[in-house]
Write a new protein. Structure first.
Lengths: 192, 101, 582
């Protein structure tokens, strides 16, 4: 029952995050989703993952969001609709119906939660994963340094940048001009 | 419905909400938020799948890797958003898109 | 050892392509040298492969599921085509060292030619229908890219696009054939298909047979899909020599020859093939007679000679058609390269501005005349032997009316060949300026090809043996070398053909007296110019494809939301299919 409650609460918070009218509210609802998911993970027996998810997802990422929103400006989301409502709801609804319909019923599964060691798994068998994670973080840092290097990026006035359009390549002529010069009517008339 | 099925449905629902967010939003930061929600759903599904197939440790290790990856994505995505706002003055996707057929 | 050689022959040109591209356009000398080295290395490897012909797969790569196994089978049909592709390819690359000196974007040029050579070898040696399709597509891509090499010239780009669209329709047919074979036989190996072709329902087999004929006609530029080849002459001449004379256009004939045992039993297929070959040979010969652009004459001549090869397959003479393919590859590449030397020296492609070049370009004249004599089918040269063999087979196994048409086409071939040689090299110089003779590399490559023209007919015996022993389904009975020569020399058909050729030559010599013939049929010249109306059909195909492309542009909105919708939609479709199937 706890799992059901947590699950529903997480989905509700997610919906509220998407539909929030201010970016800051959206970020805070995302933090709530993170917290609920982390508790749910703990209930599923993944204790280390839950702790990391809580501190990273609900902590670090939320702080980042708040920082980014404060720098970027919380203009509110006043722009129009991206896609027709029926299309988006219909597509996602169809997807969910198919997924749930195909996955359930699941039948009896063994839900033993004990007798495993995540440290042994992570460091012995999935060592490559750990290496990849390190490389990923390193790459991320490099990307950030490149992105946020202020001195090389002049801030352009918005109107100028927005009116540039990618040039379409010239439409290729569909009718090729006749390649040969005026034809000779009869071969005997060729000058020799 | 046992725990596993409930969690499965919750995971699918989170992914669905995240996808809906990607479909319906025009703000760059909202896009990052929607991606994060999707990844939370994927995390749940991974851990749950590990339990259901008796490969608990593997499921959790993969979940750890996913957390690291999605954090890096969020960080870089937000840095992009900040820079874009600074350079182009708007975070509206429809105004920013120049690449079209 | 064979599997290594096969792998090397395909991979070496590709590595060369990468090397040339990475050398950078500012180091042109290195690019020239790298290209020559890699293409010659590939040629050597393919020649080393020749003795080890067999009928089983030498190299297999398991891919699994619907793609089956990617196999390479070194049988006679494939080995000789790959040898032709690499050897003529290396000679064309050597020629390009002089021809393309000083041109921009050499990296792109050489990389695409080398990519093409590797893909052509793969196509010839492939034993799996899917793998053949993959290499077929790569050759089509390189052909398009090289035709449109001078990409600031709209004619070149339009020519490239048209060639791409029309040959790609054939490629789709090949893919459909592979899928049908997999659906009915569970396996995409060509040997499986040939062995079990009669287990397919006859309607399906007929569809595949005529589809293969259409694909081959499109790729080999036969009637009614032949109008792309003259438009492809915008390519640099070494490209025309390699791709549009010696290798890629032969892929269609190769397709017909390889699948002949499977399709021969389909009602009316052989007759259809004969008709396609006959029409192409005859009409293209007529069009060559009236053309004034040197490369265009050679293009029409290629269509015409390919018509001979297709006709030979139609009457069941697979050995004859492949032998003519070998001879044609050599002498047509020679003619194109020599024409390239002429064009490079004179600066124009229009034959009315040439003339009297025998004084300025003696070496080129010699090699060109050798190639022209082979084209016309004069004795001793390789064209004579192979063309006579084709006509022999046609007389004995095919309908008489077709034989008569091909004989007449042989006469017209002699006529336009002689006309071409006369207009370019003899008579008085009509254009201005001084023509310079060919450079070293040009002389080397054309000289080797001329030597080949004089001698490749000696390979007939070994070639026949190779084909007979390594093609288990074809039931070939290629005669030994001496038998072959004796048969050709003693057959009355040979002398009949020679007489017709002599008439053709004489007709040019006495053209002043025959001028009244030209007066009587002015419509013929106009019709020949308009490609006998087939241009309209091909133009419609190209226009339909490009407008469909333009219409579909609206789906590329560039907006994230639409792209994600596409992803979700695709996922829904896949899941729905899975749900229904399970």
């Amino acid at each position: 029952m706890l799992a059901a409650g947590l699950g529903i609460a997480a989905v509700v918070c997610a919906v509220l995050a998407i539909r929030a009218s201010r970016l800051l509210s959206a970020a805070l609802w995302l933090a709530a989703v993170s917290a609920l998911v982390s508790i749910l993970l703990y209930e599923l027996g993944a204790r280390q993952v839950a702790v990391i998810e809580l501190s990273v997802g609900a902590g670090l990422v939320t702080v980042l969001f708040v920082f980014a929103i404060s720098v970027a400006g919380d203009d509110g989301l006043r722009e129009g609709e991206a896609l027709p409502r029926w299309l988006t709801v219909g597509a996602v609804g169809a997807l969910l119906v198919l997924l749930v319909g195909m996955a359930l019923p699941l039948g009896e599964v063994d839900v033993n939660a004990g007798g495993f060691s995540i440290e042994a798994m992570l460091w012995d068998q999935r060592a490559l994963d750990v290496l990849v994670q390190i490389v990923l973080i390193f790459t991320g840092v490099l990307c950030l340094l490149g992105l946020l290097a202020e001195s090389r990026l002049p801030a352009q006035p918005p109107t100028q940048a927005l009116t540039e359009n990618v040039e379409r390549p010239d439409a290729l002529p569909v009718e090729p001009e006749p390649a040969e010069p005026e034809h000779e009517p009869a071969l005997e008339e060729m000058p020799l | 419905m046992n725990t596993i099925e409930i969690v499965l449905v919750a995971a699918f629902a989170l992914v669905g909400v995240g996808l809906y967010g990607l479909l319906a939003t025009r703000n760059l930061i909202k896009v990052v938020i929607a991606l994060q929600i999707m990844i939370k759903g994927a995390l749940l599904a991974l851990v749950m799948a590990g339990r259901a197939t008796d490969q608990v440790a593997l499921g959790q290790s993969l979940a750890l890797t996913v957390i690291v990856a999605d954090t890096v994505v969020a960080v870089i995505g937000l840095a992009f958003a900040v820079q874009v706002k600074r350079m182009r003055g708007t975070l509206d996707l429809h105004a920013l898109s120049e690449l079209r057929g | 050892m064979t599997d290594w050689l096969i792998g090397l022959t395909i991979v070496l040109p590709w590595v060369g392509a990468l090397a040339v591209w990475m050398a950078g356009d500012d180091r042109a000398e290195i690019q020239h040298r790298l290209a020559v080295v890699f293409s010659v290395a590939a040629g050597v490897c393919s020649l080393l492969l020749l003795p080890s012909y067999g009928d089983g797969p030498a190299l297999s790569i398991e891919v699994g599921s619907v793609f089956g196994t990617f196999t390479f089978v070194p049988d006679g049909l494939g080995l000789f085509l790959s040898a032709v592709a690499t050897v003529v390819g290396s000679l064309a690359v050597i020629f390009s060292v002089d021809y393309m000196r000083g041109e921009a974007s050499l990296g792109r040029y050489y990389a695409q030619i080398l990519l093409f050579i590797g893909a052509m070898v793969g196509l010839a040696l492939s034993g799996s229908l899917f793998l053949m399709f993959v290499f077929w597509e790569i050759t089509a891509l390189c052909s398009y890219a090289l035709i449109a090499f001078y990409n600031d010239d709209p004619k070149a780009v339009a020519g490239g696009l048209r060639a791409l669209i029309i040959t790609q329709l054939g490629g789709l047919g090949l893919l459909a054939g592979a899928l049908i074979a997999y659906a009915y036989l569970g396996d995409t190996q060509i040997s499986t298909f040939l062995a079990q072709a009669d287990t397919l329902p006859s309607g399906v087999l007929a569809v595949m047979a005529f589809g293969a004929l259409a694909a081959a006609a499109a790729k080999s530029s036969q009637v009614p899909f032949h109008t792309w080849l003259p438009g492809a002459m915008e390519a640099p001449t070494p490209v025309s020599a390699l791709i549009h004379a010696a290798t890629m256009v032969n892929a269609g004939v190769y397709l017909l020859a390889r699948f002949y045992p499977a399709f021969a039993s389909v009602n009316g297929w052989e007759t259809a093939v004969v008709i396609v070959g006959l029409l192409s040979a005859f009409l293209a010969a007529l069009m060559a007679l009236f053309a004034t652009d040197l490369k265009r004459v050679l293009a029409y001549s290629t269509i015409s000679q390919l018509g001979y090869m297709v006709y030979a397959v139609g009457v069941g003479g697979v050995f004859a058609s492949q032998f003519h393919l070998l001879s044609h590859a050599v002498f047509k590449a020679l003619l194109f390269l020599a024409a390239g030397a002429v064009i490079h020296g004179v600066g124009t492609r229009d034959m009315r501005q040439m003339g009297g070049l025998r004084k300025d370009m003696p070496f080129v004249r010699t090699v060109f005349v050798i190639g022209a004599l082979a084209l016309a089918g004069l004795p001793i040269l390789n064209g004579f032997w192979s063309k006579e063999l084709v006509l022999e087979d046609g007389l004995h196994h095919g309908p008489v009316w077709a034989y008569a048409g091909m004989l007449l086409a042989a006469g017209i071939t002699a006529l336009y060949t002689f006309r071409m040689v006369w207009l370019v090299f003899y008579g008085e110089r009509r254009g201005e300026g001084h023509a310079h003779d060919a450079g070293q590399a040009m002389k080397l490559s054309t000289g080797i090809l001329a030597a080949g023209t004089l001698t490749t007919w000696l390979l007939a015996g070994g070639f026949g043996k190779m084909l007979t022993e390594s093609l288990p389904f074809h039931d070939l009975h290629a005669p030994g070398a001496l038998d072959l020569y004796e048969t050709i020399l003693t057959a009355p058909a040979t002398y009949l053909a020679l007489a017709v050729i002599a008439i053709g030559l004489a007709a040019w010599w006495f053209r002043d007296r025959l001028a009244w013939v030209g007066e009587a049929v002015p419509w013929l010249a106009r019709a020949a110019d308009a490609d006998f109306g087939f241009e309209w059909l091909n133009q419609r195909i190209v226009t339909a494809t490009t407008s469909a492309g333009e219409a579909l542009r609206v789906t590329q909105t560039g907006l994230l939301n639409w792209n994600v919708l596409g992803i979700v939609g695709g996922l829904v479709i896949v899941l729905a299919v899975l749900a229904l199937g399970a």
